[in-house]
Write a protein that binds this ligand. Structure first.
Ligand code: AMP
Length: 501
């Protein structure tokens, strides 16, 4: 019944074949079946259409993570619309930018933000949805009309726009087509062996590609069940683990879970797969996880614009510190100065395939800068590939430090510092310097209270060429991170901008 709509047709496979199967269990709330998930989504699609949504219209959504929000995603796509989720942390000023840029037909927000956001909504109709799934969006929602047919959409039509985190300049809206999303999740289901027998712990936010597309779409496509958590909660994840089979997380999930005594091989015995991505997983975390659970984390790499691009193997060696191989159907090359680098050298990753987005919303120049006419997308991630084909990310190109004319890859210095006893983790940044242009600065989080900057400096002096050695080593309690666990190097650079002034 859903075959008019490219993405919904694929995502509704579980609902069509096993409608009574549970899609989500939630702590302290009733389970919801596939049939309930889709009939609710359909009812929302009808409401959106009744509110005037036309094919191709954007639905901007800044709400807490609920199953109703998942239904809104599916309902928007069923109604032929473009789902535009926004990080719940965005301020009114930030939301204003997205609304001005994307001109959505509808804005769905938390009721507590209605007064603040309504004046910014311009022509958009404003609806509410709270953390209990209540609000004007769902109020008095009639049962879905069984005769409803999703609005016809093909593989090339847009299903979603996700704004990038905008670490340089303004945030850009990555346009993702039905085919981009469907093809990537289908491949991941195969590669990671997801089936209807799986129970996925879903604790990631659903305003980001990882939780929305990787976790949700993979679960839907495979007909799996989820333990649907409104956010990261170590106790709830540990409670779920004995009945679950898979977890998708960012590295901070794993470092935080490692702090709990309940994490043992016995406790994790029913699990078959732990996946990590969105930020680099420290080798140390990988090793500790294996020691504590007998499982090797499977690390993968992707970005908003490309969906997933590489993954460590399901069978075969999951090599710590690497993001594995290009996915089937994804071409990957490592480029420098317009040519592929010799094997083992560092360059910028470019990828091509059905996974790659359609360009940036209303930014043809930015799109042309990053997406080549022949389909290669310039990711901006620096990496090298070893002789076995494993890809290792060594940082973002824009984080590369050029000091006195020499290139310093922050990852090289960070890896050395991270391996020192007494160091939990570090971030290495470039800071303006009157002589060198930029100076290498290391921000270090100690795991031992008496660690000194001198000890770190001595280790660097012993192991690194002079130009790579930090000119300043600062000890701090914790690195600034965003909700996806990414270290905010921009914030660190700003805080330390005048260090050498
Ligand atoms: P986002 O668009 O928010 O998903 O961010 C994508 C960026 O996250 C990539 O361009 C990488 O810089 C980084 N990233 C994602 N996965 C990994 C990983 N496994 N290791 C290192 N960096 C990663």
């Amino acid at each position: 019944m859903y075959d008019t709509n490219y993405l919904i047709h694929r995502l509704s496979h579980g609902a069509a074949t096993t409608p009574a199967k549970v899609f989500a269990t939630r702590p302290d709330q009733p389970d919801i079946t596939y049939a309930q998930l889709f009939s609710g989504a359909q009812a929302l699609a009808q409401r959106l259409i009744a509110l005037g949504l036309e094919p191709g219209d954007r639905v901007a959504v800044q709400v807490a993570k609920t199953l109703e929000a998942v239904q809104l995603y599916l309902g928007t796509v069923m109604a032929g619309g473009i789902f535009l989720p926004l990080n719940t942390a965005y301020t009114a000023a930030e939301v204003d930018y997205f609304l001005t840029d994307a001109t959505p037909r509808l804005l769905v927000c938390d009721p507590s933000r209605m007064d603040e956001l309504t004046p910014l909504a311009k022509d958009a109709t404003v609806l509410t949805l709270d953390s209990a799934g209540q609000g004007s969006l769902t109020a008095d929602l009639p049962e879905a009309d069984t005769a409803f047919i999703p609005v016809p959409r093909g593989g090339d039509d847009l299903a979603a726009i996700l704004y990038t985190s905008g670490t340089t300049g303004r945030s850009k809206g990555a346009m993702l087509s039905h085919r981009n999303l469907a093809s990537n999740s289908e491949m991941l289901v195969d590669l990671w062996r997801f089936t209807a027998d799986d129970v996925l712990i879903h604790a990631l936010p659903i305003f980001h590609t990882h939780g929305l597309f990787v976790a949700t779409n993979v679960a839907l496509l495979s007909g799996a069940s989820t333990v649907f958590l409104s956010g990261f909660d170590a106790d709830e994840i540990l409670n779920a683990m004995p009945q679950a089979t898979a977890l998708m997380g960012v590295p901070t999930f794993y470092t935080r879970l490692l702090q709990h005594d309940r994490l043992t091989p016995k406790h994790a015995a029913n699990m078959r797969l732990f996946i990590s991505g969105s930020a680099p997983l420290l080798v140390d975390t990988h090793e500790q996880w294996q020691a504590r659970t007998s499982h090797r984390i499977l690390e993968r790499y992707g970005m908003t614009e490309t969906n997933m691009s590489t993954s460590n193997p399901y069978e075969g060696e999951r090599r710590a510190g690497t993001v594995g191989f290009p996915l089937p159907g994804v071409e990957l090359r490592i480029m420098k100065d317009g040519a592929e680098v010799p094997q083992g050298d560092i360059g910028i990753i470019e990828v091509r395939g059905d996974n790659v987005f359609q360009g940036y919303w209303q930014m043809p120049e930015k799109t042309a800068e990053e997406l080549r006419p022949d389909g290669w997308f310039i990711t901006g991630d620096l990496a090298q590939q070893d002789s076995d084909g494993y890809v290792t990310i060594v940082g973002r190109a824009k984080d590369l430090i050029i000091t006195g004319g020499f290139n310093v890859y922050p990852k090289e210095v960070e890896s050395l510092i991270d391996d020192l006893p007494g160091v939990q983790e570090s971030a290495v940044i470039g800071v303006p310097h009157p002589d060198f242009g930029e100076a290498v600065v290391a921000i270090v989080v100690p795991s031992r209270p008496d660690l000194t900057a001198e000890e770190v400096a001595a280790a660097c002096a012993h192991n690194l060429a002079k130009f790579k050695q930090p000119k300043e080593i600062l000890l701090i309690d914790a690195l600034p991170r965003n909700t996806m666990g990414k270290v905010q190097k921009k914030a660190l650079r700003e805080t330390n901008a005048t260090l050498f002034a």
